[in-house]
Ligand binder design. Structure first.
Ligand SMILES: *Cc1c(COP(=O)(O)O)cnc(C)c1O
Length: 396
């Protein structure tokens, strides 16, 4: 019997995006195959991470990289690396950061609910600047002098949350933070595609960058990438490894600078974020496939399916459909279904329907439902159309 049937769990149609609560991306058979191969053998996890580092470095242009159990875990490990560096006593103390520089700067406009991952390492977030644009009070964003003025001997790093809107501001931030000798961590969890973003933040000079593996990369849901400076990646790796090793026989990965360590660390703050050999193998395979993919052809294929869906929805009373074409910055085409004040009611109906359907809710207040085709299986296109038409009729 199929495991979902056995558990009494229905399969859902997801056009809301690669959301974690809906299981993230759908993996291609080749990725599953890589996971199956890794699952059936024993390996040295540090060796596997070191192999993955070679691929991540080649693809991102970074000095090194590791597979994490997601971008949020990557953020915690990145902050832990900036707090402890190669200091074993600090590694042992985290998340207790008494006696060490522990302040992490963020622009007020970059604060979001993944802040928790930053605080988890023991850092204290200091948010700086104003939210003039967000509140409509003014036109200016965070200025370099405001960052400079906020840096003290207690500052450990700055976190920059990359979006299509903020990314152009990164070089100015890097310049001022690097001039004070401190690292910048970039949260680029959901900034793929475009594929060029795998290199963009690293080539701008970011010290560490995190990406989700379970979003558009198409890797395992519980995977991510932490890429960046070799010393910081090594610190992050040793803080997530199983360190129940004997000093006489431990042969650390080449990413770990044994000379810089005064002793052998115990299990670190990242021990709870362990990554299985299956996730490492799956993420690396997904990353290679993401690199090999023809992005334009992929977007065009999704666009053609959305056009067919639009045609099938033509003439439904009270529904107007708009296609949002793929662009350089947002290379996945989407649909906006304008349904008026009943939008929220329709979201609820669709979610409890048969099969349950999840649409994008970002523009619900404006009476719009979002359709993102990234996790829509082609064989479900017609089912989606039927569910939308039925729900439109029943909420008219
Ligand atoms: C999705 C997301 C994360 C978390 O990514 P996971 O891989 O699910 O841990 C962190 N930051 C931002 C901005 C995100 O969009």
């Amino acid at each position: 019997m199929d495991i979902l049937t056995q558990l009494g769990v229905p399969r859902r149609i997801n056009v809301a995006g690669t959301l974690t609560r809906l299981g993230g991306s759908l993996m291609e058979p080749e990725v599953l195959q890589a996971m199956v191969q890794a699952a059936a053998v024993s390996v040295d996890i540090a060796e596997l991470q070191t192999g993955a580092s070679g691929v991540i470095a080649r693809v991102t242009g970074a000095q090194a990289g590791i597979v994490t159990s997601g971008a949020a875990a990557g953020l915690t490990l990145a902050v832990a690396a900036c707090l402890a560096r190669w200091d074993v006593a600090r590694m042992a103390a985290l998340p207790d950061t008494r006696g060490m520089p522990n302040r992490v700067l963020m622009a007020r406009t970059h604060r979001n609910s993944y802040d928790h991952a930053i605080r988890l390492a023991g850092a204290r977030i200091i948010d700086i600047g104003h939210n003039d644009r967000g509140t409509g009070a003014g036109i200016r964003g965070l200025e370099p002098w405001e960052i400079d003025a906020a840096i003290t001997d207690q500052t450990a790093a700055m976190v920059f949350v990359a979006t299509a809107q903020t990314a152009d501001e990164l070089p100015a931030v890097l310049e001022v933070v690097h001039a004070r000798g401190l690292p910048v961590i970039v949260d680029a969890a959901a900034q793929l595609p475009p594929r060029s973003n795998l290199q963009r933040f690293i080539s701008a000079g970011a010290d560490l960058v995190v990406f989700s593996g379970g979003k558009a990369l198409g890797g395992p849901q519980s995977s991510g990438i932490l890429a960046g400076r070799r010393d910081l990646i090594g610190s992050a790796l040793v803080q997530m490894m199983d360190m129940d090793v004997s000093p006489q026989t431990w042969s650390p990965s080449s990413l770990i600078d044994r000379q810089a360590l005064k002793g052998i660390p115990h299990h670190g703050i990242g021990r709870g974020f362990k990554v299985g050999k299956e996730e490492i193998a799956g993420l690396v395979c997904a990353l290679e496939r993401f690199m090999a993919r023809d992005e334009d052809a992929h977007a065009a294929a999704l666009g053609a399916r959305l056009q067919a869906i639009t045609a099938a929805l033509a003439g439904v009373p009270g529904l107007s459909v708009r296609m949002i074409e793929a662009t350089q910055r947002a290379p996945i085409p989407t649909l906006e279904l304008e349904v008026g004040p009943r939008a929220l009611a329709m979201v609820g109906r669709l979610q409890t329907g048969d099969p349950p359907v999840h649409v994008g809710e970002r523009l619900v207040d404006a009476g719009i439902l979002g359709i993102n085709p990234q996790t829509l299986r082609p064989e479900d296109d017609a089912v989606l159309v039927r569910c939308i038409i039925n729900t439109c009729r029943s909420t008219e």
